[in-house]
Design a protein around this ligand. Structure first.
Ligand code: GLP
Length: 240
């Protein structure tokens, strides 16, 4: 795990966007794993900027998002589908048929998860997976648990996650379930980049980097991947 510490979230966005855009330049048909939340927003802003400035096409790129809420219309302002289009896809020339999400409204969530996992495998696996981290060290929506999860699955969100994310929900109540990629599936990505900013993430970052590898700290599993870049601001890195 290589830890990079920057002064501001904007500087992190510039550095991480560079990695993604270089990947697209070198491999125009790459497969990207994407994340939601506040942490990746500066990265997405800078990817859109570089796409225009350097004329890098995303037409051959495929994306797979980590997770999606259950029982929330796709069109809701808080669906991850809406978030990704507003924050990234609408500013790129990416093709709609190449952007992929778990369908949180699928009647048979087990079949939906299998469909998603098969699609990722058929696409050749994920080249770069972007991650944020929850205050409880969750990745995607893999909450602290007894064992590391495998493929995509339906998860009941913890009180900590509901507390942290409910600030965004003013019209519909925050869903208590989500579909998420599993931990082993995230670990199958060739390269992983995790971004964390702000003091609320400091404890999770300390446990992820310095603690034992345990499913009670889901992000700690990243210690076992051989190509992980961690991008932190000083507040998130303050307990290292
Ligand atoms: C949600 C997402 C995670 C994300 C986390 C942190 O729970 N499912 O993928 O990493 O929020 O979000 P933020 O970056 O807003 O702190």
């Amino acid at each position: 795990m290589k830890v990079n510490i920057f002064k501001t979230a904007e500087e992190i966005g510039v550095a991480v966007a560079r990695i993604f855009v270089d990947e697209v330049k070198n491999n125009p048909n790459c497969v990207l794993g994407l994340a939601t939340g506040a942490s990746p927003i500066p990265t997405y802003d800078n990817i859109k900027k570089l796409h225009k400035e350097e004329n890098v096409s995303f037409k051959g790129v495929k994306t797979y998002n980590l997770d999606e809420y259950c029982d929330l219309p796709k069109s809701d302002k808080n669906s991850y589908y809406t978030f990704m289009h507003e924050q990234l896809f609408n500013g790129l020339d990416i093709l709609e048929e190449n952007v992929h999400f778990l369908d949180g409204n699928a009647v048979d969530s087990e079949a939906e998860c299998k469909r998603y996992d098969n699609e990722i495998n058929e696409a050749g696996g994920i080249d770069i997976q972007l991650l944020g981290i929850g205050n409880n060290a969750h990745i995607g929506f893999n909450e602290p648990a007894e064992s590391f999860t495998d493929g995509s699955f339906k998860v009941k969100l913890t009180d900590s996650t509901i507390e942290a994310n409910k600030i965004y929900f003013d019209e519909n109540p925050m869903p208590h379930y989500a579909l998420t990629m599993g931990v082993k599936q995230i670990m199958a990505a060739k390269k992983i980049i995790l971004i964390a900013t702000g003091p609320k993430k400091a404890e999770a970052i300390k446990n992820m980097v310095k603690g034992e590898v345990t499913p009670l700290v889901p992000a700690s599993v990243l210690q076992e991947h051989d190509d992980v870049l961690i991008f932190l601001d000083e507040a998130a890195a303050s307990l290292l």
